[in-house]
Ligand binder design. Structure first.
Ligand SMILES: N[C@@H](CCC(=O)N[C@@H](CS)C(=O)NCC(=O)O)C(=O)O
Length: 282
C-alpha cells in the first residue's frame, strides 16, 4: 500500500514522448478531427484504433490545440453533448457532423475501415462466434474493469483500497478467463493474448487502463501487477504494439494527471463523481 501526499498537481495539457511525435505527424486538416486530451484513456482507445485501422485523421492533443474537457469550450460542446472527450468532428459535412462516446466511435471507425482500408479489430463477419468472443471481452472491460480501476484509485481509506485492489485484480482475472476461452474455442488470430495475434477491439478498449495500472496504480497504490508469465507477455505485446505505443506519452504525464483521482479531490471529473455516487459512468 503506497499513499503519497497530495502535491496539488494538475492534469497535463500536452502529450509527450512518442505520442507527441504521432500528434505532430497528424496536425494537418483531414476529414476526421479527434478532439482529445493527452491523459484520457477513452481518447487513447480511439487514437489507437485510428492508427491501427489506417484511417486519415487530425488529432488535437498539443498545447495549442488540446481540448480541455473540464473547461468545456464551445467547439467541444458542439460535438459532444456532455462535454466529454473523445469526440470526432466530421469535417466533410457542411455544417460538420460529429460522433462521440468512445465505444460508438470505435464501431464507426470499424465501419469506415471496412469499406476503405479493409483493416479490422475483429475477426471477419463470416466468423460470428469469434467476433462474439471478442465482444464479450470488451463488454467485460467496459462494465467491470474500467469502473474497478476508478474505485481503486479513488479509494481513500485502507480498507477500501484493499477491496479496490482485490476487485481490480478480479476484473483482470475475468478478462484473462475470457481470453483463454477464446484461445481454446476459436481459430481466430485476432487478439494479442495469442502470440502472433493482431490487435483486437478488446485489446484496444482495455489497453489504456492496463497501461495506467502499471504506472498510476503502482505509483499511488503500490499495485502488484498480476505476475503470471502469460499475462506479463500479453502486456508486453500490447504496450509494444506499434499502434498502441505510438499513442503513449512518457509515464510521468499519467502519474501527474491522476494525482487528483488518487486523492479523490472534489469535482475531479464526471467519472470520479459517478464513482463517488455509486452511479453508472458517464
Ligand atoms: N463514456 C465516455 C467517457 C469519456 C470521459 O469521461 N472522458 C473524460 C476525460 S478522461 C472527460 O471528458 N471528462 C470531462 C468531465 O468529467 O467533465 C466515453 O467512453 O467516451
Amino acid at each position: 500500500m503506497s499513499n503519497k501526499a497530495d502535491s496539488g498537481k494538475s492534469y497535463h495539457l500536452q502529450c509527450t514522448g512518442v505520442a507527441k511525435e504521432t500528434a505532430d505527424a497528424h496536425n494537418a486538416a483531414k476529414d476526421i478531427t479527434l478532439f482529445g486530451s493527452c491523459f484520457c484513456p477513452f481518447v487513447q482507445r480511439v487514437w489507437v484504433a485510428l492508427e491501427y485501422l489506417g484511417i486519415d485523421y487530425k488529432v488535437r492533443v498539443r498545447l495549442y490545440d488540446e481540448v480541455d474537457p473540464y473547461k468545456k469550450p464551445a467547439d467541444l460542446l458542439e460535438v459532444s453533448p456532455k462535454g466529454l472527450v473523445p469526440a470526432l468532428r466530421l469535417e466533410n459535412y457542411n455544417p460538420p457532423r460529429a460522433v462521440n462516446e468512445s465505444t460508438v466511435i470505435l464501431e464507426f471507425l470499424e465501419d469506415i475501415a471496412a469499406s476503405t482500408t479493409k483493416r479490422s479489430l475483429l475477426p471477419p463477419v463470416t466468423e460470428p462466434y469469434a467476433r462474439a468472443l471478442i465482444h464479450l471481452q470488451a463488454d467485460h472491460v467496459n462494465r467491470t474493469l474500467v469502473p474497478a480501476f476508478y474505485r481503486y484509485i479513488q479509494a481513500q481509506d485502507e480498507e477500501k483500497q484493499i477491496q479496490g485492489a482485490k476487485d481490480f485484480v478480479e476484473a483482470i482475472h475475468g478478462l484473462i478467463k475470457l481470453f483463454q476461452r477464446a484461445e481454446k474455442e476459436g481459430e481466430s488470430t485476432c487478439g494479442l493474448w495469442r502470440e502472433g495475434g493482431t490487435l483486437s477491439l478488446a485489446d484496444v478498449v482495455a489497453g489504456p487502463w492496463l497501461f495506467r495500472s502499471t504506472n498510476v496504480l503502482v505509483h499511488y497504490r503500490g499495485f502488484a501487477v498480476p505476475a503470471g508469465p502469460q499475462f506479463r507477455a500479453y502486456l508486453d505485446r500490447l504496450f509494444n504494439y506499434p499502434a498502441f505505443k505510438r499513442t503513449c506519452s512518457i509515464e510521468d504525464l499519467y502519474i501527474d494527471s491522476y494525482e487528483r483521482y488518487a486523492h479523490n479531490r472534489p469535482n475531479t471529473s464526471q467519472v470520479a463523481n459517478a464513482i463517488n455516487a455509486g452511479t453508472t459512468l458517464p
